[in-house]
Each structure stands twice: as C-alpha cells, then as structure tokens.
Design a binder for this molecule. Structure first.
Ligand code: ARG
Ligand code: MN
Ligand code: MN
Ligand code: MN
Length: 304
C-alpha cells in the first residue's frame, strides 16, 4: 500500500506557536526517503490548508475556535479521501488536527462496514470537551470530539463516532480532574505510566491489537511527541517528565508493524522551534520507520 504524507500545519489548538513548522521538519529529517528505503511507495501531497474562517469573538474562552473548526473540516475530507488511496500519515501540527483526521478515517471505515479503532499514544488523554476545558486549548479535546461527546457547537457533526471501547490510550501521566472523571465513567481503555512500569508496555498493546484483529477493524494510530520522555524528545510545548523511553516507543511501533493492522497515522505536537538540532524530529522519523517495517539488521539508512 502507498504511504500518503499529508502535511497538517495546525497551530490553532493551543497558544504556544511553532507546530506549523512540523511537516517541514519531518521532511527535513528524511521521512519520505526513510519510507522509500523500506520499500514503500510514498506520495507527499504537500500541506493542507484550513477552510476559510472568520475572526473569533474577542472574548471567547476557547482559543482560535474558528480556525480549529476550519481545519477539522478540511482534514476530515482529506482523511476520508486518502483512505481509499493508501495509508495516510498526517504530519502535524498540534493534536487538534486529530478531530479532523480521526473523524475522516472513521467515515471511510463506516462505508466499508468495518469498525474504527484508535490507539492514542500520549501523556494526556485529550478528553476535555469545550465545556470542561480550563485552558481553552482545543488540542486537549479531540478524543471527546471523535467519540461523539456533546459540547462541540460549530464543529462538523460527527456522523460516525468512534466507540469508546475501540479507543486505547497508552502513556498517561497528565490528566485533568474533569477528564479523569469522564474517563473513569467511559469505556475507553486507558493505561497510565504506572501500569507500564508494573507490567510492561507490550501487554496492554497486545490485548488491544487482538481486539482490533478479531473485529476486522481499521486502526488509526495517533502519536503525540509528549508520549516520549522530554529527555529524548524535547520539541513539544507540553513536556511531562516520566514518559516512554525510546525503546518502549520502538517496541510499540514494531508491534504495530507486525500486526499489519495500521491503516492511518498522525505524528503530532512536534514544535521544531523548541528542538535541539532536529533530534526530536529524527526520533519521530525513526519511530515511523519502525512502524513501517524497519528492523534490527535492516537499518539501510545508517552506516557502521
Ligand atoms: N489537559 C490539558 C489542557 O486541556 C493539556 C492538553 C495537552 N494536549 C496535547 N495535545 N498536548 O490544556
Ligand atoms: Mn495530545
Ligand atoms: Mn500530549
Ligand atoms: Mn485495556
């Protein structure tokens, strides 16, 4: 299947700017070449733009609401279209972009008659609604949006919400009180860092992948840079200490590749303005490589 790179320079999901440079940072770090070296056909569609949008009301509590709605519209369309052409890889952009990408791929799944699953790799649950968010930052809300929560006035209707039981979040270590309550009342599978420390990261992932396989589902993977520990991935606005190691993250990606189940992916929250000589972009490209088949003894882009 063809890998379709789609730049999504969304920077409206929070106040700190810089994620708009993410797509070009992945390109500079060699994402396309890396996937080609692994034997894939790769098409880079360039960067998307939001639909036209109006200025926000000056004292609206949500930051850049209209821009984020406009991105959700264009991304949902692009995602649904790309699903019939190959495996889209969305180059973010902040996590607000997943409101569009996930609702778009889920619309495609519904037309195929297969259930949509989502693996959310993140320090945060991003399960606020516009009503519960204290920050007003919409990058903290996409999971609530695509699973069909109320409170998203002005956003496109979610015609095919992802079932809570088809969502698995791994990496949690920063969850606001309102999100924690909502998560505990939900059927979302959620795995915090304590669980990973106690039982290892492979166990909850394997259980989830088994469910995807048994249901013959489509699997969307959303990888937030802050899933990783900030020591190895500093280029993100919302660093939280105690994140996944490079090794844990590669294991996740290798298991995803071995499963053969991944149908779409987001790489989100990279803020190149905060990077250290491109190292976070490079780690993310290496992780994508593992997800698309790179193996030990098959490091064709490296030399010894
Ligand atoms: N829960 C916090 C908020 O609502 C942080 C969200 C961070 N989300 C992210 N995609 N990095 O503002
Ligand atoms: Mn996130
Ligand atoms: Mn996060
Ligand atoms: Mn579980």
């Amino acid at each position: 299947k063809t890998c379709i790179l789609i730049g999504a320079p969304v920077d409206s999901g929070k106040r700190r700017r810089g994620c708009l440079m993410g797509p070009d940072s992945y390109r500079t770090a060699g994402l396309r070449e890396t996937l080609v070296d692994l034997g894939h056909d790769v098409v880079d569609q360039g960067n998307l733009a939001p639909r036209p949008f109006k200025d926000d009301h000056p004292d609206h509590p949500l930051f850049a609401l209209n821009e984020t709605i406009a991105w959700t519209q264009s991304l949902a369309d692009a995602a649904e279209t790309a699903m019939s052409e190959g495996v889209p890889i969305f180059l973010g952009g902040d996590h607000a972009l997943s409101a569009g990408t996930v609702s778009g791929v889920a619309a495609h799944a519904a037309k195929q008659g297969s259930p949509q699953f989502v693996l959310w790799l993140d320090a945060h649950s991003d399960f606020h609604t516009p009503l519960s968010s204290d920050s007003g930052n919409l990058h903290g809300t996409p999971v609530a949006y695509f699973s069909g929560a109320d409170g998203f006035d002005g956003f496109p209707e979610v015609a095919h919400p992802v079932l809570q039981t088809n969502i698995c979040i791994i990496g949690l270590r920063s969850v606001d009180e309102a999100e924690r309550k909502a998560l505990e009342a939900s059927d979302i599978h959620r795995h915090d860092m304590r669980e990973i420390d106690e039982s290892g990261i492979a166990k909850p992932l394997a259980a989830f992948l088994k469910r995807v396989q048994q249901a013959n589902g489509q699997l969307h993977v959303s990888l937030d840079v802050d899933f990783l520990d900030p020591d190895v991935a500093p280029a993100v606005g919302t660093t939280v200490p105690g994140g996944a190691t490079v090794r844990e993250a590669h294991l996740v990606m290798e298991m995803l590749h071995d499963s053969g189940l991944v149908t779409s992916m987001d790489l989100v929250e990279l803020n190149p303005f905060l990077d250290d000589r491109g190292r976070t972009a490079k780690v993310m490209v290496d992780l994508a490589a593992s997800a698309f088949g790179r193996r030990i003894f098959d490091r064709r882009t490296r030399s010894y």
